[in-house]
Design a protein around this ligand. Sequence first.
Ligand code: GLC
Length: 452
Amino acid sequence: MSAMDRREFLWTTAAGASLLARPGGSGAGWPDESPAERDRRMAWWREARFGMFIHWGIYSTLGGVWKGEQVKLQPAEWTMQAKHVPDAEYSQIAANFNPVKFNAREWAALAKRAGMKYLVITSKHHDGFCLFDSKLTNYDIMDATPFQRDVIKELAEACAAEGIRFGVYYSQLDWHFAEKPVARATIPNFDRYLEYMKGQLEELLTGYGPFGSLFFDGDWMPQWNNVLGREIEAWCRRFQPHLVINDRLSKRPTSIQLAALLKLPYRVPVPPVGDYATPEQSIPGYLPPCDWESNMTMNTSWGYKSFDNNWKSTADLIRKLVDIASKGGNFLLNVGPTGEGVIPQPSVERLEAIGKWMQVNGEAIYGTGAGPLQNLKWGRSTQKAGNIYLHVFDWPAGELKIKGLKQNVRRAYLLADAKADLPVSQAGGATTIKLPEIAPDPISSAVVLEGR
Ligand code: GLC
């Protein structure tokens, strides 16, 4: 059995998958890559910790409403499936996609202000419409819409200018070619479709500068499998070997797909294809055995819904970011711009607020690894370069007492007030830090413990 076959075999069982554990996210990456090479390739991504996801397409013009009826259960980008709209009818809405307010530089600048280090936008979602100029189809922004501007190109350039790593989402599932717009759709002439997909990936990877990451989606379609996933991975790496690729090129176990569907937490196994796991709308309650990234919406839908006001609070989002970092993961936080090209104001407000928080506390997030203390009642911990960061959600009166910290603490201070030492003592396995009466930040304040 070759190493790859063994990996694939183990993956099929939950117990086997845990044997594939790569502690600290290290270990052999895609075929023939040494752990050190993999670590080098993943370095920017692990450092980044926080990125922007953008779900945008012709469905954004509908705002989650089809012929006067709201799309309730599914997210907006699933309108075609939710309302059983045949492709011939659905594709007509491309003629209404004219996002005159789109400004790539503003979006990239907003991501930067939020403290995000990378961005991933839907180049093609399940509906099959392409936001980039593809020579292989007329169902794209240049040929099928009045807008006729390659928004992927504009965003790639804006991100380069702002110093944000750029990447795209690409759906293997494609209802433009499928028999019916259903979740488990079958695509006739699948070999021809695969050539189309490869051609489009080549267009993307050769025409838009260097990409940071690639986010595939749709592995639950019956025709997908790990062999194909590996073929597509190798294909993509011909053009950009350093890409960071998600796990949905694998055929993920049904348990994962089900958990994602039901929004349940699940045990994240090391994927046989791709670099990192993608818990969707959830944060693992433990330390996953591999690199991982939670992708999440700020309200309920990924794509824009005019009536979706179920916004998470800024406090909730910041604490989620901290929670994710404390377990060694990345946070890919979504925005769903309108059909006009506007990022909804509640999203902008939250991103600005997170950005302000990051200006003070970013040091305790970027480039950190999972904290030495887990399951804390009052907050979370992260660590980097000999420092431990205590992220305090619930500010205690007078002092913070921690048990089980093995490191000696040379100095303690607040990130919000780095000049002032906090009195710290260590005795009998407990570390006690005296705190000022009022938390510097009611959402989460970082206490730095410098190691000796
Ligand atoms: C899902 C959905 C999709 C969304 C994605 C984000 O798989 O099908 O609409 O793009 O997850 O993770």
